[in-house]
Design a protein around this ligand. Structure first.
Ligand code: MN
Length: 338
């Protein structure tokens, strides 16, 4: 079978290998059907991921069809369309013991620390699989993973309908967040520096948008929320974003970080103390695939329409080159398998 190997940063090779085999009674062999390319995959490819190891088969937004099952598998059968959970956890550490395996002390993420789904077949234990909605195309179903990241962020923020949620950044992550926050009934304010992205946010149903390059962000937020947003989610992740959000967020508010930025952000501790801000990280997702799939099946969220380009898996290297070209038309690429 073909697999895309990131041998080391900036070196992708499409190689031919033997397909993996089921190793235990609860394992499942999956024939891959589609895989999304995430911003974090681009970081792994460039060598700027603080967590990835090499050589690596990337791919954590991964869907396929069950091709073979171990002898004790009971939750899926051959032919089922599935999405593979990206998280593997030890089950023994403190976060695992309190039901938070997404931040396991020995966390291994498929496509990051261990091999993922940029290959024609992969194996996974049955408990890592979730059955896909019936009427969702595989190339759209890859977006269930980014949506799960957004659901996690909302859960970490404990958003209620009375919150005024400020989303900083309306790129791919920002747009998934918009869809997730809309489900909570909270008011949403979105800022970006690109009008096109703000127009897309409006198309999703956001009424209050701010172009922070053309308008005074703090003044506008005050106008829209009076006391400031009660929740701020950083979907931009630049050096100044955390200091900015500690400044803008209402007293007693929550600030959610999502970036893997490893350079220091100069935050004034005074702001956090004086306003009793909760600064909370949100990483990956904890049991959110089920919630996203249930919301989709109930007609509450739209997963379709986010993927802008589909490349055959055989052309995966060209897809990464296209992303590197900086073409603004490329919002999200899905790789499609035969
Ligand atoms: Mn992703």
């Amino acid at each position: 079978m073909k697999q895309l190997l990131t041998e080391k940063p900036k070196l992708l090779r499409m190689i031919e290998v033997e397909p993996p085999q089921i190793a235990g009674p609860h394992e499942v062999l999956i024939k891959m059907k589609a895989a999304g390319i995430c911003g974090s995959d681009v970081h792994i490819y460039h060598g700027t991921s603080p967590v990835a190891t090499y050589p690596r088969v990337m791919g954590h937004e991964i869907v396929g069809v069950v091709a073979e099952i171990g002898k004790d598998v009971s939750t899926v059968k051959v032919g089922d369309p599935v999405i593979v959970d990206q998280i593997t956890a030890c089950g023994e550490c403190y976060p695992c013991s309190i039901g938070r395996p997404n931040i396991c002390c020995n966390l291994q993420v498929r496509g990051v620390h261990i091999d993922g789904g940029y290959r024609e077949y992969m194996t996974a234990p049955e408990d890592a699989l979730h059955i896909l909605p019936e009427n969702l195309a595989f190339t759209d179903a890859v977006m269930i993973e980014p949506m799960s990241i957004a659901f996690q962020s909302c859960a970490r923020a404990e958003i209620t309908k009375d919150d005024r949620v400020f989303i900083l950044g309306a790129g791919a992550l920002g747009k998934s967040l918009i869809k997730a926050v809309l489900l909570t009934g909270a008011e949403i304010i979105v800022s970006d520096v690109v009008d096109q992205r703000l127009a897309e946010a409006q198309d999703l149903g956001v009424k209050l948008v701010i172009n922070s390059q053309k308008e005074d962000l703090a003044a506008k937020l005050q106008e829209y929320t009076r006391w400031g947003p009660t929740v701020s989610i950083d979907a931009a992740g630049f050096t100044g974003s955390l200091p900015l959000l500690t400044e803008l967020t209402c007293n007693a508010g929550r600030v959610i970080t999502m970036a893997f930025l490893d350079e220091p952000s100069p935050v004034q501790q005074f702001k956090i103390t004086a306003k009793e801000l909760d600064i909370r990280g949100s990483r990956l997702q904890n049991n959110k695939f089920k919630e996203v799939i249930a919301a989709y099946n109930a007609g509450k969220i739209k997963i379709e329409g986010a993927v802008s380009h589909v490349y055959p898996f055989a052309d995966a290297i060209a897809a990464f080159e296209r992303i590197d070209s900086g073409d603004p038309a490329v919002k999200k690429i899905a790789l499609a398998f035969d």
